[in-house]
Design a protein around this ligand. Structure first.
Ligand SMILES: C[S@@+](CC[C@H](N)C(=O)[O-])C[C@H]1O[C@@H](n2cnc3c(N)ncnc32)[C@H](O)[C@@H]1O
Length: 217
């Protein structure tokens, strides 16, 4: 088993309860998606590195509240234990339009069904920092190839700073990025319209953790 998969197999519940619940990442994401209109009726959304499914959980709730119908949700992740928690949530009778699969973002060609393409929106939250820096362009190009021509990719990724060096790099073994560095990565991976966004009040503390980047080809 690969190291990242081992890490997340061991820390599945801890990650969900500490990062998503205690540090307020889930609430910060909720506020962000409530504020922006990424959701539209009948679109197709992919959560790349979906883990326990926090993004899809939030999006399905917002879609329900806003009465947006016909949205199809897809997710993939490297770690079966994370997907198992997601599956548990889905099986409690939540949205039926959710499909997920175990896959590595670097091997999407071999591991995803051929009809997983033409996405209107691809979200990747706290996953791309686990890809070795010399392979992140390949990972983003792989995701880009699944987007519709005018589709949007939305990336949440760890920032380089002292706190994150202690918390994320040493503890969670993830990479960190400077603003210009991640922007260049996106340009090299075929994206042109790149916009940096922020977590919103009262979840500003999450802006110490990471960047939110919206990009189109
Ligand atoms: C910090 S968790 C984030 C999970 C979820 N996106 C969230 O926001 O809560 C990182 C996730 O990335 C997944 N991951 C790491 N490397 C991956 C890869 N090469 N392909 C797919 N998923 C990967 C891990 O299995 C883990 O579930």
């Amino acid at each position: 088993m690969k190291t990242i998969e081992q890490l997340y197999t061991k820390k599945t519940s801890f990650y969900h309860h500490f990062f998503i619940d205690a540090l307020g990442y889930g609430k910060g994401l909720e506020k962000f998606f409530e504020n922006y209109s990424y959701l539209k009726e009948n679109i197709k959304i992919l959560d790349a590195g979906c883990g326990t499914g926090i993004i899809i959980r939030i999006l399905t709730e917002i879609a329900k509240k806003k009465k947006l119908d016909g949205i199809k949700y897809y997710g993939f992740d490297l770690t079966q234990a994370m997907l198992d928690l997601f599956k548990k949530w889905i099986s409690k009778g939540n949205d039926k339009n959710i499909t997920f699969k175990k896959a590595d973002v670097l091997l999407l060609d071999e591991q995803l069904p051929k009809d997983w393409q033409n996405y209107d929106l691809i979200v990747s939250s706290a996953m791309l920092e686990y890809i070795p820096k010399d392979k992140i362009r390949q990972a983003i190009r792989n995701l880009g190839s699944l987007l519709k021509k005018d589709g949007t990719i939305l990336i949440f990724i760890t920032k380089r700073n002292l706190i994150m060096r202690l918390l994320i790099k040493m503890w969670w073994k993830a990479n960190m990025y400077e603003k210009d560095e991640i922007k260049q990565v996106l340009i090299d991976s075929g994206f042109r319209k790149i916009i940096f966004k922020n977590f919103l009040f009262p979840y500003w503390h999450l802006n110490h953790w990471g960047f939110i980047i919206e990009a189109k080809k």
